[in-house]
Ligand binder design. Structure first.
Ligand SMILES: Nc1ncnc2c1ncn2[C@@H]1O[C@H](COP(=O)(O)OP(=O)(O)OP(=O)(O)O)[C@@H](O)[C@H]1O
Length: 344
């Protein structure tokens, strides 16, 4: 049975679902009050000026090594963290600095999140039907218990579970089934956008594809928009419309997913793809992975990727590159901006 679709405002038809503009988030790591009083504050710039645009019904994937700031972006977008500065325009309305339950409630209904660990994000003492019904009740979407139960059963079927599963508790399910429950809960409020933060990373390889296929089918059926966060390029290749490659709080390459997988330009994108031989086109020039991600508390000067970059030039050590359009995508790289390609 079809689940009710969200009513989308007409004015928003041509507006991207989500626009993130110059987003910044820094964490204050100063341990002591004395340190604070003496001005010895220590900050970590987890996001350092990020721009993203996601069209309705499409998937934008954010990739990058652990610690580059992917989850912080997700948390700033859904309102778990308050950004230090920047805009998060959801259907054209800036929600970045919105606060207060009453103001945020309509936004929360239309923007949901799926987490990496489905067990940790499901209340173990609640029956599955209660878990899925909670957003419906919070947002007052249906008039009575019977209607709620009917909708919960529909949602269970929609994610590949049985209506009777609603009587069980989360521990009675496998990891993949628990992620299906999380997805049903996310769908319960008929959202427009779902932020999926490493949705398959905690699952067995054998069930990862099933969950990704489910997410894709739901997107097609319901016109959902996804922000997909993953360190796994194979996951991203399967799902994305557009791709953003993050390094130390910044995007180094952004563009059409097929273009980037087929012909990555930034040395970091090439490095990431080199580590997964099955992903990317045959034409991809391989670049060996060198070194580790630097400490974000004291990032390198200039281009923060320069200590690991085989193509580094003097300018890269001093001046942070501004993203520019090269071969149909945005890249933040001095060498690419000047020469249009990397040296052979
Ligand atoms: N609440 C916090 N307080 C202080 N530092 C934080 C906090 N949350 C994240 N960080 C730091 O911000 C940086 C980005 O972390 P984030 O979790 O967003 O990265 P990530 O790319 O999602 O990595 P992972 O895949 O390992 O979660 C890291 O250096 C992390 O230690």
């Amino acid at each position: 049975m079809m689940v009710a679709q969200t009513q989308r405002p007409d004015r928003a038809a041509s507006t991207p679902q989500l626009v993130v503009k110059d987003l910044r988030k820094q964490f204050d790591l100063t341990r002591s009050v004395a340190g604070r009083l003496l001005g010895h504050q220590q900050y970590l710039k987890a996001i350092d000026g990020l721009d993203i645009e996601i069209a309705r019904g499409t998937t934008f994937s954010l990739v990058g090594e652990s610690g580059c700031g992917k989850s912080t972006v997700a948390r700033c977008i859904v309102g778990i963290y308050k950004p230090t500065s920047g805009q998060v325009l959801f259907d054209g309305v800036d929600i970045a600095q919105m606060r207060g339950r009453k103001v945020m409630l309509p936004v929360r209904r239309r923007m949901q999140m799926i987490f990496q660990d489905p067990y940790a994000s499901l209340n173990p003492r609640w029956r599955v039907s209660q878990i899925i019904a909670e957003p419906i009740r919070t947002h007052g979407l249906l008039p009575d218990r019977q209607a709620v139960q009917k909708r919960v059963d529909e949602l269970l079927v929609q994610v590949g579970l049985a209506p009777g599963d609603g009587r069980k508790y989360p521990h009675e399910f496998s990891g993949g089934q628990r992620q299906r429950i999380s997805i049903a809960r996310a769908l319960a409020s008929s959202p427009d956008l779902i932020v999926c933060d490493e949705p398959t990373s905690a699952l067995d390889v054998s069930v990862q594809a099933q969950i990704l296929n489910l997410l894709r089918d739901l997107q097609e059926e319901l016109g959902l928009t996804y922000l997909l966060i993953s360190h796994n390029l194979a996951v991203v290749a399967h799902m994305s419309t557009r791709l953003g490659v993050m390094y130390l709080g910044r995007l180094v390459e952004t563009g059409d997913s097929q273009l980037l997988f087929g012909q990555p330009l930034h040395p970091y994108t090439r490095m990431l793809l080199s580590a997964v031989p099955d992903v990317g086109g045959a034409a991809v020039k391989r670049v060996a992975i060198a070194g580790d991600v630097p400490n974000p508390i004291s990032p390198p000067s200039g281009c923060s990727f320069h200590p690991r970059c085989p193509f580094v030039q003097d300018k890269c050590r001093m001046v942070p590159p501004v993203p520019s359009m090269v071969q149909g995508r945005l890249v933040a790289c001095h060498v690419l901006a000047e020469h249009g390609e990397l040296p052979a």
